[in-house]
Write a protein that binds this ligand. Structure first.
Ligand SMILES: C[S@@+](CC[C@H](N)C(=O)[O-])C[C@H]1O[C@@H](n2cnc3c(N)ncnc32)[C@H](O)[C@@H]1O
Length: 231
């Protein structure tokens, strides 16, 4: 199957609807549990902010939103996703507040949340800057935006990792989920997605301040943060 060159929303929604039942398990197997540690780290960073209201965009089956419910027990955590099938699983797993919504057109007032998070979701949107601008809009001026996503390691690891992404991961994931297409798309989407300094520039263009980048596990994933735009 040919790799998709753009994040077509209908393809993305359909792909996640097809893999939804196996999504979380496949992630944990393919990352050997590392994704759980990455989300825990996000939970700790968000808790330091002592938020009252948190929005987790592209929440999927709720892996990060559920972690945020645990790490910030006093906060209201809302999970939003445009794929109802993924969201239904998040609700079954205990996500208390959820809404079917497009991250590019969030149905919330300006300045509604203390923290907005998006994990492995922005990359799948058809407009990365538009998605960040929309998250910045619903974020309070002193609020925290946090993006967790795959990135490409620098140096010697880069080529072997690209080989793993393009040749090995889609095969294993295809066997696990029966949906190899969805994982061929994943590899291409990681290679196209801005990482490191390029992502910090994008955060700045979207109006976020004090952008910072924390590479995780030799740079195969990264946490990017920014503060809400000035009033
Ligand atoms: C890889 S999953 C990530 C799920 C979850 N955040 C996690 O950490 O496991 C990507 C999710 O992004 C959602 N998504 C992609 N584009 C979206 C958009 N424009 N608006 C809302 N959700 C979107 C998909 O439906 C899917 O559930």
């Amino acid at each position: 199957m040919e790799k998709r060159e753009v994040q077509n929303p209908e393809f993305v929604k359909g792909a996640f609807a097809r893999i939804c039942k196996k999504y979380s398990l496949a992630n944990h197997v393919l990352s050997m549990g590392t994704d759980i540690l990455w989300r825990r780290k996000v939970g700790r960073l968000v808790a330091e902010h002592k938020p009252g209201r948190i929005l987790d965009v592209a929440t999927g089956t709720g892996d990060l939103a559920l972690e945020l419910q645990r790490s910030c027990p006093d906060a209201d955590v809302m999970g939003a996703d445009f794929c109802e099938e993924m969201l239904a699983i998040a609700r079954d797993r205990g996500l208390k507040e959820s809404l079917v919504a497009d991250g590019l057109e969030l149905p919330f007032e300006d300045d509604s949340f203390d923290v907005v998070t998006v994990a492995f979701g922005l990359r799948n949107m058809s407009d990365w800057k538009g998605g960040l601008q929309e998250m910045a809009r619903v974020l309070r001026p002193s609020g925290l935006l946090l993006v967790l996503d795959f990135s490409l390691p620098e140096g010697l690891l880069r080529r072997p990792y690209a080989f793993y992404l393009n040749r090995i991961l889609p095969r294993i994931a295809g066997l696990l989920t029966g949906e190899r297409d969805a994982y061929d798309y994943l590899a291409g989407s990681i290679e196209r997605f801005p990482s490191g300094g390029a992502m910090l520039d994008l955060l700045s263009e979207a109006g976020l301040r004090e952008q910072a980048w924390k590479p995780l596990t030799k740079g195969i994933a990264s946490i990017y943060t920014g503060k809400g735009p000035d009033e």
